[in-house]
Design a protein around this ligand. Structure first.
Ligand code: PRX
Length: 630
C-alpha cells in the first residue's frame, strides 16, 4: 500500500483502520465498539474489550520464543551485563508481581517507580501491567521536591526504588532523596520496596521499607496470572512539564496503547520479532516506556537496556553495544549524536554495524549538519520522528514499513496513521497555506495510544489541550510548525514556556518557582536559550531582594551558586540552570506580562522585536549588560 492511501484511510475510516491493526495484539475479549466519541474531546478506543499489556509483551511469546533473549541489560557504570530470555523475564516479572501483591497492590493501585536503569525497573513496570496496577515512573535525575509533587498527585500505595544509581562512574544516592520526598508528601505510600544494588548504605524505615531480594526469595517461583483489564483501564501515569509549576500526569490506556505500539513497530520502526532494538533513552521518559520496554517486547524483539553515558569507557560505546547485540533498530536523541560528533569517527567506523537497518532520533529538533554527519558515518538511514509524552508514539515520521518516502532534511516527515495534523493560524485558527508558520494541531480524535486525560483532572486535560482554538475540536501540541506541499512538516519550537534541554522537557515555571524559594530572590525569569549541543539551555535572570548582594563579582558568583544548588536539590540536576544572571528589573509590558521572547532574542543575539509595550526600556538594557558581563 502507498502512504497516501494508508494515511487517508486511517483518517477517513478510523474504526475500520484501527480494528485491523488491533489484530496485531492478543485480546482476552473483543470490543463492542472501536471508538466511543460520545464525550468529546475524550476518545475511548476498543470499548468493551479486555487485554493485558504484560501478556502481550511477554506471555504470548512464550510458545514461540521462550529461549530468545527478551531483555539485555548492559551497564558501563557498574561494569556488568545480564540477559533474560522471554522465559526468564516471565519468571522475574511474576516474582516482582508477587512481591507487589504481598505489599497489598491490587488492580487500579498506583505504584511509583523511582529507579536507575536496572532490569528490576523494567520488571516493576511489567509487573504492574500484569496486575492491572498503574505505574508512575519518575526519572531518577529528579530530586526530592519533584518526586514529592508526583507522589502527592499519584498517591501510590507502594514505591519501588533502589539504593543508588551511577552516573559517569559516580554513585548517585536515591534513597535519601526518596526519604525526603516521602517526608514532604502529604500522601505517604504504605510500603517502599528497595532493590539493593550494594552501591550505597541505606537506613530502612521500620514497617515501611522492605528488601526486594528477601521478598523475592520468599515468593519463590511465583505464578501470578495476568489480570485482564478493560482496554481503557489506565496502564500508567507519566508526568510531564507544562506552563504551570505543577507537572501534568499524562494518563495512558491499555488496549489502544498496545495496538498503537505494535503498529508503530511494524510501520515506522520496521522491527521484527527475533531482531534487536537498542534505545538509548531512560525508562523515566516516554521514549523509554514505549521503545525500551513495551514496543520491542510486544513485537517479540530483544530490547537492550543501557545504564551509562554515551562517552564511557569511550565515545564508541553505543556502537559497540549495537555491534555486540546485532541491533537492527536503534533509537537515540539528537543531543547524544551532537555529543559524539566531537570525537574521532574511528569509534564508529571500526564497529561492524551490518545488522543495523536504521537509526531513529527524536525528542528535539534534529539540525541538518548533525543529521547529515551521522547518516554519512553510519551509511544507514537516520530517521527523525516527532512526538510527545502525551501521544506516546510518533505524530510525524517516515512510515518506512509502508512506503519508502524520501527524507527531507530538517523535517521529521509526514503525519503518522490516525494523526489528522493541521497547521492553524495562531489567532484566526484558520488552516495556514503551505510554507506559512502556524500551530501544529491534531483534529479529534487522537489515535489509540495517546493520552486519555490528565490524571485525576479531566478539566485540566480539556482546558490545556483542547481549548487553544475553541471553535475547532483540535488538540494543540504547543509547537510551531510549517507544512510543505507534500505534507512534510517542519517543527519550529514551542509556542509555550516549555523548554527542551538535551531532549529533556522542562517547564520554566517549575524552575522559576524553585528559584523563588531562595530567600534572597525577589523575582526571576527562566528562559530557554539556544545551545549548540543541548539544543537549549536554561538561563535564569534574577532580581535579588537586596541589590547590595550583587554589586561585586564575588557576591554574584556566590548567589548564583546558591541558586543553582537550590534547583539541583529541589528538582534535580536536569533542571539546574546553566547560567544565573542578575538584574534589578525584568522587562515587562505595562500590564505586567514578562517579555520572555524579547529576553530570549537578546540572549541569542537576535533583534528583541516590537518593544512599544515595554514598561521600562532600562530593563532590556540590564539584560543586555548582564549578558555581556557574563
Ligand atoms: O517540542 C517538541 C519536541 O519535544 C516535545 C515533546 O517532548 P517530550 O514530551 O519529552 O516527548 C518526547 C518524545 C520523543 C515536543 O512538543 N520534539 C520532540 N521530538 C521532536 C521535537 N522537536 C523537533 N523535532 C522532533 N523530532
Amino acid at each position: 500500500m502507498d502512504y497516501a492511501s494508508y494515511h487517508r484511510r486511517s483518517i477517513e475510516q478510523p474504526e475500520a483502520f484501527w480494528a485491523e491493526q488491533a489484530a496485531l495484539i492478543d485480546w482476552h475479549r473483543s470490543w463492542d465498539q472501536v471508538l466511543d466519541g460520545s464525550r468529546k474531546p475524550f476518545a475511548r478506543w476498543f470499548v468493551g474489550a479486555q487485554t493485558n499489556l504484560c501478556h502481550n509483551a511477554i506471555d504470548r511469546h512464550l510458545a514461540t520464543r521462550a529461549e530468545q533473549p527478551a531483555l539485555v541489560w548492559e551497564s558501563t557504570e557498574v561494569e556488568r551485563s545480564r540477559s533474560y530470555s522471554y522465559a526468564e523475564l516471565h519468571a522475574e516479572v511474576q516474582r516482582m508481581a508477587a512481591v507487589l501483591q504481598r505489599q497489598g497492590v491490587v488492580q487500579g493501585d498506583r505504584v511509583l517507580i523511582y529507579m536507575p536503569m536496572i532490569p528490576e525497573a523494567a520488571f516493576a513496570m511489567l509487573a504492574c501491567a500484569r496486575l492491572g496496577a498503574i505505574h508512575s515512573v519518575v526519572f531518577g535525575g529528579f530530586a526530592a521536591l519533584s518526586l514529592a509533587t508526583r507522589i502527592d498527585d499519584a498517591r501510590p500505595k507502594v514505591i519501588v526504588s533502589s539504593d543508588a544509581g551511577s552516573r559517569g562512574g559516580r554513585v548517585v544516592p536515591y534513597k535519601p532523596l526518596l526519604d525526603e520526598a516521602i517526608a514532604r508528601a502529604a500522601n505517604k505510600p504504605a510500603k517502599v520496596v528497595m532493590v539493593d544494588r550494594g552501591l550505597q548504605a541505606w537506613d530502612a524505615v521500620a514497617g515501611r521499607d522492605v528488601d526486594y531480594a528477601a521478598e523475592r526469595d520468599a515468593v519463590g517461583a511465583a505464578q501470578v496470572p495476568c489480570v485482564w483489564v478493560d482496554a481503557d483501564h489506565p496502564s500508567y501515569i507519566l508526568y510531564t512539564s507544562g506552563t504551570t509549576g505543577r507537572p501534568k500526569g499524562v494518563q495512558r490506556d491499555t488496549g489502544g496503547y498496545a495496538v498503537a505500539l505494535a503498529a508503530s513497530m511494524r510501520d515506522i520502526f520496521c522491527g521484527q520479532a527475533g531482531q534487536t532494538m537498542f534505545t538509548t533513552s531512560d525508562i523515566g521518559w516516554v521514549v523509554g516506556h514505549s521503545y525500551i520496554v513495551y514496543g520491542p517486547l510486544i513485537s517479540g524483539m530483544t530490547t537492550v537496556m543501557y545504564e551509562g553515558t554515551p562517552l564511557r569507557p569511550d565515545p564508541g560505546i553505543f556502537w559497540s553495544l549495537a555491534e555486540r547485540h546485532r541491533a537492527s533498530v536503534m533509537f537515540s536523541s539528537p543531543t547524544a549524536v551532537r555529543v559524539l560528533k566531537k570525537y574521532d569517527t574511528a569509534y564508529m567506523r571500526e564497529r561492524d554495524l551490518s545488522s543495523l537497518q536504521r537509526l531513529f532520533l527524536a525528542g528535539e529538533p534534529l539540525d541538518e549538519p548533525t543529521a547529515t554527519w551521522i547518516a554519512e558515518q553510519l551509511g544507514r538511514p537516520v530517521v527523525d520522528n516527532y512526538w510527545q509524552t502525551e501521544t506516546g508514539w510518533p505524530i510525524l515520521g517516515l512510515p518506512s514499513g509502508v512506503e519508502a518516502l524520501p527524507p527531507k532534511l530538517g523535517s521529521p516527515g509526514v503525519a503518522m496513521p490516525g494523526y489528522d495534523v493541521r497547521i492553524l493560524h495562531e489567532t484566526s485558527g484558520e488552516p495556514v497555506a503551505p510554507g506559512e508558520k502556524g500551530v501544529v494541531t491534531i483534529a479529534w480524535p487522537l489515535p489509540p495510544g495517546c493520552m486519555q486525560t490528565v490524571w485525576g483532572d479531566d478539566a485540566r486535560y480539556v482546558g490545556t489541550y483542547w481549548s487553544t482554538f475553541p471553535d475547532r475540536q483540535v488538540y494543540s501540541t504547543f509547537d510551531w510548525g510549517v507544512v510543505d506541499a507534500r505534507g512534510y512538516v517542519t517543527i519550529l519550537g514551542r509556542t509555550d514556556d516549555v523548554i527542551n534541554v538535551a531532549g529533556h522537557r522542562l517547564g520554566t515555571r517549575e524552575i522559576e518557582e524553585s528559584i523563588s524559594s531562595h530567600a534572597a530572590v525577589a523575582e526571576v525569569a527562566v528562559i530557554g536559550v539556544a545551545d549548540e549541543v543541548k539544543g537549549q539551555n536554561a538561563v535564569a535572570f534574577v532580581v535579588p531582594r537586596d541589590a547590595t548582594r550583587i554589586t561585586d563579582a564575588a557576591g554574584r558568583e556566590q548567589l548564583a551558586g546558591e541558586i543553582m544548588q537550590t534547583v539541583q536539590t529541589q528538582l534535580g540536576a536536569v533542571a539546574r540552570p546553566a547560567r544565573v544572571l542578575f538584574v534589578t528589573l525584568l522587562p515587562k509590558t505595562r500590564s505586567g506580562k514578562l517579555l520572555r521572547r524579547s529576553i530570549q532574542a537578546l540572549c541569542e543575539g537576535r533583534d528583541p522585536g516590537d518593544l512599544t509595550t515595554l514598561e521600562d526600556p532600562g530593563a532590556l538594557e540590564q539584560v543586555r549588560s548582564a549578558l555581556s558581563a557574563s
